[in-house]
Each structure stands twice: as structure tokens, then as C-alpha cells.
Design a protein around this ligand. Structure first.
Ligand code: SAM
Length: 206
């Protein structure tokens, strides 16, 4: 199943799900916001229901939040109207079809491990970062998950019945190495979580 159809189908139930780890979520937002200025132009890719975009908005000039799923973007726009945040725009774009231009910050949270062409995805994000700007990512490092092989089997079975998207089993080393290949220098990193491991990175375009 294509990513767009999968996420459109999941949109309502995904939006109802509470945030899994609030401490990690808060830290991700705070650490990202530390790189913003009141004039900063931000591009978020794979924004889902727009939760992080709307939290980053008060720290930036403007956030262009994009996602491949029109259904998730509809929910994001509804929430934006409820919260009266006017410095975020939502637009439908896939990771390989991003808006023109370059941004002070490009951000992708909980996205890159869902993309089959991981290296191409990092290249696409890096191309949208202004020289001197930053790419901020938080990516599942599922190769480091303590459930390892059983998890691969469960996800494989779920994919066969359309209940899971593509999921890559990356390690922190894979994720870090991709930044250097695309002209980005890591300035901050953290491996978050124990059972379910995610890699938070801030990488500057040199
Ligand atoms: C796990 S959710 C994360 C949502 C949000 N970033 C967050 O952390 O709450 C993954 C998101 O990536 C989007 N997505 C999946 N494949 C994509 C692609 N090829 N291009 C852009 N967005 C994609 C999905 O529609 C979904 O909103």
C-alpha cells in the first residue's frame, strides 16, 4: 500500500491516539526551538496533525508544515483554527516533492524510518536547508530495539494486511552517517528511549 493511502486511512485513529511519551515530545520541541529566531523560516516534513509545528510557531517567523496525507492535514487545519495559530501554513507535499526554496530549519520528526529510500530522503531534506541552517530529525532506531527480530516479524505480518506502513530497521550509526554524506555536520544528538529507541539529531549545513 502507498504511504499516502495508508496514512489517509489511519488519520482519524492516529489523531485520537495520545502522545506516547510526553517527556520525550516536550524535550524534542524545546531542543528544536532553541535553534530558532523570531524571523526563522521553518519547513516541517511529515507533520501529521501539526502538533509540533504549532508548538514551534511561537519561536519562529513562519512554519510551513507539510505531509503526504490530505486527511491528516485536514485535522491539522481544524486544530490550527481551534488554537488560533496564524504563523503556520499547511500544505500537501511528499518528502520527494518538497516546496521550492531553502529554509533556516527543516524538521522531520518520526518520519525517516518510514521511508524505504532513507538516503534519498536525507538528500531531499538537506537540499531544502539554507547554508548555515539546520536539519532537525527524530528517527526510530529500530535496529537497537530490544525486541529486534520479533518486532520485524510482527511489522511484516501487519504490512501484509495493510495495518502497518514500510518500517526500516536503522541504527543510530546509519542515521548519523547519512548526515555527513549530505553535507550536514551534527551539532547535537541524543538517543532517546530504552525499549523503543529514537535518535534525535540537529545537523548544520556546512
Ligand atoms: C509517525 S507519523 C509522525 C507525525 C509527526 N511528525 C509527529 O511526530 O507527531 C509519520 C508522518 O509521516 C507522514 N509521511 C509518511 N510518508 C511520507 C512521505 N513520503 N512524505 C511526507 N510525509 C510522509 C505520514 O503521513 C505521517 O503524518
Amino acid at each position: 500500500m502507498q504511504a499516502e493511502a495508508f496514512w489517509d486511512g489511519m488519520a482519524q485513529s492516529y489523531a485520537k491516539r495520545p502522545i506516547q511519551n510526553m517527556d520525550q515530545h516536550d524535550r524534542t520541541v524545546e531542543r528544536s526551538a532553541a535553534y530558532l529566531t523570531p524571523e526563522a523560516e521553518v519547513l516541517e516534513v511529515g507533520c501529521g496533525t501539526g502538533t509540533i509545528a504549532m508548538r514551534l510557531a511561537p519561536h519562529a517567523g513562519h512554519v510551513l508544515a507539510t505531509d503526504i496525507s490530505g486527511a491528516l492535514l485536514d485535522i491539522a487545519r481544524q486544530r490550527q483554527a481551534e488554537q488560533a495559530v496564524d504563523t503556520v501554513s499547511f500544505a500537501r507535499h511528499g518528502l520527494f516533492d518538497l516546496p521550492e526554496g531553502q529554509f533556516d530549519m527543516v524538521a522531520a520528526y518520526n518520519l525517516l524510518h518510514l521511508i524505504e529510500d532513507f538516503d534519498g530522503a536525507v538528500a531531499s531534506l538537506a537540499a531544502r536547508v539554507k547554508p548555515g541552517g539546520v536539519l532537525v530529525t527524530k528517527t526510530g532506531a529500530l535496529a537497537e530495539n530490544w525486541r529486534g527480530w520479533p518486532l520485524r516479524l510482527v511489522i511484516g505480518a501487519m504490512r501484509m494486511i495493510g495495518k502497518a506502513p514500510y518500517v526500516g530497521f536503522l541504527s543510530s550509526r546509519d542515521i548519523d552517517a547519512a548526515m555527513a554524506r549530505h553535507g550536514l555536520e551534527i551539532v547535537e544528538s541524543e538517543t532517546m528511549g530504552k525499549g523503543v529507541v529514537t535518535r534525535f539529531l540537529v545537523a548544520r549545513k556546512v
